[in-house]
Design a protein around this ligand. Structure first.
Ligand code: SF4
Ligand code: SF4
Length: 293
């Protein structure tokens, strides 16, 4: 069994449409949405949820105003500046680190900290195969741990069903959830769009990915949007010894396919972009086979 994570340096490079195309092409695979902060693969995959589990988030303090005696101890001691005084003492949930110091200090027991129960992960069936995905409350900081959890579940399912592949739709950027998404995978596929920012983001991501042991490939999406930028990307990838497995042309049918909740391979199988994706998958399969041999 081989595991692939699809990444892009930032949102908007077309990572989800590329993932969706690979989902249509890969048989006997388990899919996993690692973009837990802004999960969207389920919109296209139309999953039928079979299992739903709460993922305990970070602790968060809250103040019972009816008990608080306005002593100000909590404000003075919270080193994350998460408590402020307006009319009442209030906790800023984006700043609170859940350290529980204020809970211990409060002389009247007005502060309690509780773990958020609003984050969930799911195992679903889709027309492509099993999908493990998650829903995370905005502002939560445990996305790396949640990515590790969904990947663990996908791996269990893949082992139990003797799947050939696990395909992860990774988060954008280079944050800790990306690290969780890349750790231990066999192959990383970086989706790059031909723009200055696309190349800049790809460079940062490539640097991060190179510190792991995965084999790295690139896919240039909408390559015909700027021949100058595409040439620059090609030169950079050549220098870094990264193979380009596909150059996918700009295709407005990809947007239509997404609006139709389909991948380009389903929506327009004979389009140039679908053909490029088929070639990309064939190439990836060959690479997986070479790794086994
Ligand atoms: S739990 Fe810690 S970080 Fe949160 S408000 Fe209390 S002292 Fe500040
Ligand atoms: S320490 Fe307790 S009583 Fe004092 S201001 Fe904070 S919440 Fe209120």
């Amino acid at each position: 069994m081989k595991e692939l994570t699809i990444l892009s340096g930032k949102g908007g490079a077309g990572k989800t449409s590329i993932t969706a195309a690979l989902m249509s092409l890969a048989s006997n695979a388990v899919f996993c949405d690692n973009d837990v902060d802004a999960a969207n693969l389920h919109l296209l995959a139309n999953p039928q949820i079979e299992e739903e589990t709460v993922f305990e988030g970070a602790r968060l303090a809250s103040i019972d105003q009816s008990i608080c005696v306005n002593c100000g101890l909590c404000v003075n001691h919270c080193k994350f500046h998460a408590i402020s005084k307006d009319d009442n003492y209030v906790v800023n949930s984006f700043l609170c680190e859940g350290c529980r110091l204020c809970e211990r200090l409060c002389p009247v027991g007005a502060i309690t900290t509780e773990k958020s129960l609003e984050n969930k992960w799911f195992i679903s069936s889709t027309r492509f195969g099993k999908l493990v995905h998650a829903k995370m409350k905005p502002g939560e900081e445990n996305s790396g741990k949640l990515v590790t959890k969904v990947r663990q579940k996908a791996k269990e399912i893949a082992e139990n069903t003797q799947a050939d592949y696990i395909i992860n739709d990774g988060p954008p950027g280079i944050g800790c959830s990306v690290i969780s998404s890349v750790t231990g995978v066999d192959v990383v596929l970086i989706v790059i769009e031909p723009s200055k920012s696309g190349l800049h983001d790809a460079k940062r991501l490539l640097k991060l990915a190179q510190s792991f042991h995965a084999k790295i490939f690139a896919l240039i999406n909408k390559y015909d949007m700027s021949s100058e930028q595409t040439d620059e990307i090609n030169a950079y990838l050549h220098h870094e010894k990264i193979s380009v497995i596909a150059r996918v042309p700009f295709d407005d049918q990809i947007v239509k396919a997404m609006l139709n909740k389909q991948s380009i391979v389903e929506y327009a199988p004979d389009s140039l972009s679908a053909i490029a994706m088929k070639q990309a998958w064939e190439q990836l399969q060959k690479e997986f086979q070479n790794m086994e041999g």
